[in-house]
Design a binder for this molecule. Structure first.
Ligand code: GUN
Ligand code: ZN
Length: 429
């Protein structure tokens, strides 16, 4: 067992923050050799329960749970910041050409390394990420994440129509490839598989039906897609699937809404859509830097809270503009404040933080596994330096409450704040 002493941030069952100014985190290997939190809390009380334990002391630092990014695209690492008139031209002009290169396994492996380096530098320890339609992109990503001992989720993109040569797949083969990848990788070490139809407009009915059948056959896999991001996209989806009540409802018809189903964006929704999310246990991945960058719209936090949908925060790189959870949380705050198109609200800093850690883990069905530092959680954690820049040092020293401290870091923080990212490595037997 090992113990780490510093300030300590955790969350309770209700998602409220628990902060020990002088805290102690005790970590030890479980039966499988994986590092988990054994004990956590105020230094005096926890130290008394573990006499004689060696303690690593990080004075002036904050230990916090690793961030969870609920929706990102590892193959879009190199197209961050590609300007466009909106989602559909952005896909055609930048995304599909960039993704076509992932047919080449060496390229996929190289980008996977760069991508995981960026996540680690920014304190993101788990991500639900798109790959591309090429099975080799999934293989390369899982191999890279496995070598690093990370908890990561990905899957082969399904897109058998309205997609150019180079990324378009073939219906029957795409489903055979998906099942083979599930059998090869799902629940291997800390890896998970997500059945990944890109979005309804780029899949035939047959492909969506096949995806739904696999989702029923492998009920603890994830489902990962996009919905109701952009008005032109919504119009297109409504034309292609006129029988569905709404764009979201297309997915219900194919068995693609259930626990562990995650849909990015969920902007152009009505209350019936929100109720459908709640009733099926489906979660929204809110991607504010992407929505602001591509001019897609503003996620309605008040609506989601009122109906009680599960949601968490996501970067959506490369539509999103930053790997940093601090940028994402700040953008979520701006989007929450926006009150012209929907009710504006001021989200508490601790709630922004929870939606990117424990709340995101809960929305992924990984409550108590990651995103928190309560006993039993896997020991993926960060050491934050609130004095990383002169302005951060000045602001955080003047914080009068936990909410002020967290907000200073959200507003001023970037990768410099993340001094260390510690991963729960399994010990060799
Ligand atoms: N909708 C379909 N594909 C994509 C994608 O790659 N990024 C975003 N933001 N939306 C999408
Ligand atoms: Zn996306």
């Amino acid at each position: 067992m090992q113990a780490y002493r510093a300030s300590l941030l955790r969350f309770d069952e209700a998602g409220q923050p628990v902060f020990d100014e002088d805290g102690l985190l005790v970590v030890g290997a479980d039966a499988a050799g994986r590092q988990r939190v054994v004990d956590a809390g105020a230094h005096g009380a926890v130290a008394a329960r573990h006499p004689g334990l060696a303690v690593t002391h990080w004075p002036g630092r904050i230990i916090a749970p690793g961030f969870v990014d609920m929706h990102i695209h590892f193959p879009q690492t190199d197209i961050i910041g590609a300007p466009s008139e909106g989602l559909l031209p952005w896909l055609e002009n930048y995304t599909f050409p960039a993704e076509s290169r992932f047919a080449e396994p060496g390229h996929a492996a190289e980008v996977a390394e760069v991508f995981l380096d960026e996540l680690m530098r920014n304190g993101v320890t788990t991500a639900l990420t798109f790959a591309t339609s090429h099975p080799q992109s999934v293989q390369a990503f899982f191999e890279t994440a496995q070598r690093r001992g990370l908890r990561m989720i990905t899957g082969k993109v399904l897109q058998d129509r309205h997609s150019p040569d180079g990324v378009r797949d073939q219906t029957e083969q795409s489903l055979i490839d998906t099942e083979a990848l599930i059998r090869r990788w799902h629940n291997v070490d800390r890896l998970g598989y997500a059945i990944t139809p890109r979005f309804a407009p780029t899949s035939t009915d047959a492909q969506l039906r096949g995806a739904g059948e696999l989702a029923a056959k492998y009920p603890d896999t994830w489902i990962h897609s996009h919905v109701a991001e952009n008005k032109d996209e919504v119009k297109w989806a409504r034309e292609l699937f006129p029988a569905a009540r709404s764009y979201l409802d297309v997915y219900t018809g194919f068995g693609l809404m259930r626990e562990r189903a995650v849909y990015a964006h969920c902007i152009h929704f009505d209350d019936a859509d929100r109720r459908l999310m709640r009733e099926t246990g489906t979660a929204a991945a809110v991607s504010p830097t992407s929505n602001l960058f591509l001019g897609s719209g503003f996620f309605d936090f008040e609506g989601a809270n009122r109906i009680g949908c599960a949601y968490g925060l996501a970067s959506d790189v490369g539509g999103g503009t930053s790997f940093s959870p601090f940028s994402t949380m700040l953008a979520a705050y701006y989007v929450g404040r926006e009150g012209q198109t929907k009710p504006g609200l001021s989200i508490a800093p601790s709630q922004l933080w929870w939606r990117h850690t424990g709340g995101a883990a809960r929305a992924l069905g990984l409550d108590g596994v990651i995103g928190n530092l309560q006993p039993g959680c896997e020991a993926d954690f960060l050491v934050l330096n609130p004095e990383a820049t002169p302005l951060l040092a000045r602001k955080t020293a003047r914080a009068n409450s936990l909410e002020e401290l967290l907000f200073s870091m959200i507003v001023l923080g970037d990768d410099r704040l993340v001094e260390r990212t510690v991963i729960s490595q399994a010990q060799a037997a």
